[in-house]
Design a protein around this ligand. Sequence first.
Ligand code: HEC
Ligand code: HEC
Length: 272
Amino acid sequence: MRSIAAYAAPALPAAVVVGFFVWFANWIPQTRWQAPQKLAISEAMTPAELGALGATLVRQRGCLTCHTIEPGAGVKGGGRGPNLADVASRRARGAEGAPGNLVEYLVQSLYEPGAYLVEGFANIMPPSTAAPAKLGYEEVVAVVNYLQSLGGRSSVKIGDIARPSGAAAAPAPVTAAASDPKALFDSLGCAGCHSLEAGKNVLGPSLDAAALAKAAAARKMSLEALVLEAIVDPKAYEAKEFPAGVMPQDYGAKLTGAQLRSLVEYLAGRKS
Ligand code: HEC
Ligand code: HEC
């Protein structure tokens, strides 16, 4: 007589398969549909644990839209920002004209990227405490530990580094006069992500007036309305072919009305 196990055995894989789909069905909504959760960071975490969280933050908060991590590719790499592989060994003693030790150098790179510019690169990196990365203090500590681990060892505990000063955290004031929209375009960093030449896409789409007019027509909007919306509320519409959430979200709060109008008129009125 056959044992019960002989009948049950063929059913086992089926149970495993069903179990897998039950698990999978539960798993999908969590990974797919939940808004990115704030990572729980506690003061008890070791620098290595913080560094592991930092690796996730660097991926989630848009750093890799500009930076690459390519071992052996030198500072330049293939990105719009420096290659971050080995940044810790490269900057073990900071840089001339910047803090002379690694941790302070990295902290300054995050809080005030424009204070020291890596040779050969433009001033396009937004402060990491501002949009789009919006790192909180503990998250900055995590990211610094991660950057240290690229060519060195993580060593920073929460409390070891300075909190961002209110001034550094607040969006930088716009200095260019409203009457000079091209200067605004450059000083606001638009030029770092957008070309004004037809067909030339950088991180964001070309802002050639004809292309903008086409986009506006497709969305049944006036050209000015499209440009205004894109600057003040970039999330309102995001073109599929470009990375979402990359364009800074705080121009609306930063620009005076006159500056905004001048930029809109400039972009909408350029002859290509
Ligand atoms: C819009 C593009 C852009 C984004 C987004 C960006 N960076 Fe940068 N980053 C740059 C550029 C360009 C430089 C070089 C110019 C400078 O020093 O500011 C730079 C410099 C740096 C440096 C100094 C590197 C060196 O070799 O000395 C570090 C560290 C850094 N970024 C980290 C980050 C982190 C972490 C994030 C995400 C929170 C980030 N960056 C987001 C463009 C970007
Ligand atoms: C860090 C990169 C970045 C910066 C800086 C940036 N943008 Fe953008 N911008 C994007 C990306 C990516 C898109 C496309 C995705 C989207 O619609 O958000 C975009 C979309 C746009 C669009 C819509 C274009 C279309 O065809 O629909 C306009 C207009 C625009 N940006 C204007 C500006 C202006 C003006 C500035 C400066 C005040 C600026 N952007 C700064 C990345 C950037």
